[in-house]
Design a protein around this ligand. Structure first.
Ligand SMILES: Cc1cc2nc3c(=O)[nH]c(=O)nc-3n(C[C@H](O)[C@H](O)[C@H](O)COP(=O)(O)O)c2cc1C
Length: 208
């Protein structure tokens, strides 16, 4: 298998091994410092303040191929996804983490393509551990250029996350979202930034 720089970064252990929860942040925007990434970083700040170790993965830099529906991952005693790309080390990180932060912009009335590629490949996640979704804690952060979460299509993505994580037995701890167009615009929404930090603290707290 080829090794990209991103792959090598993925293969490193969670950088700070503290006693607290391990939180994996998945950035779904191509804008590394865009609005959804800013919200995700605020969630991470709240989580770190509560003693968590946080690791951030920028999906856009990874080689993640679309699911090819071979169903190798669904066979009894499957060893996982048949595609040998950057998802392989990412599956291991996903297993290792107690909680995930899923951050995405709204693209065409739903999540970004980068996030959807990752999401489809999660079909294989069950082959990497025993009921690995069970009890996984999840925070969602989304931004959109439109004025409200309904017209913008944000709710479509939020509903997808709700249905998907309900189906696999993961727990959505909170979902935050706000309107912002240009990179950094979301910083004007102080109330949302505060909410993001509080969500991070909750995510890193005791399981409820
Ligand atoms: C390809 C593309 C599609 C978009 N589609 C929508 C949309 O359907 N609804 C919306 O409200 N905003 C849409 N936007 C605007 C982004 O959601 C908005 O700029 C968001 O804050 C970007 O977040 P980011 O900075 O994290 O990338 C779109 C932007 C792009 C580039």
């Amino acid at each position: 298998m080829w090794k990209t720089t991103a792959h090598r970064i993925l293969c490193r252990e969670f950088s700070v091994m503290k006693k607290g929860k391990k939180i994996l942040v998945l950035l779904g925007s191509p804008r590394r410092k865009g609005n959804s990434a800013i919200l995700a970083e605020r969630i991470a700040e709240g989580a770190r303040a509560a003693g968590a170790a946080v690791e951030t993965v920028y999906l856009h830099a990874l080689a993640i191929a679309p699911c090819k529906a071979c169903y190798a991952c669904q066979k009894p005693k499957s060893k996982g996804c048949s595609i040998d790309d950057d998802m392989q080390p990412l599956y291991r990180k996903m297993i290792e983490a107690d909680a995930w932060v899923i951050a995405s912009p709204v693209y065409w009335f739903t999540m970004s393509a980068q996030m959807k590629l990752w999401m489809d490949r999660c079909l294989a996640f069950g082959a990497y551990g025993k009921e690995p979704f069970e009890g996984k804690r999840i925070a969602v952060a989304m931004t959109y250029g439109g004025e409200d979460p309904f017209d913008s299509g944000c709710v479509n993505a939020l509903r997808t996350f709700q249905d998907a994580y309900n189906y696999v037995g993961a727990k959505i701890v909170g979902m935050i979202y706000g309107s912002a167009m240009e990179p950094g615009d979301i910083k004007a929404n102080k109330a949302l930034l505060k909410e993001a930090k509080a969500l991070g603290t909750k995510l890193a707290g005791r399981n409820d």
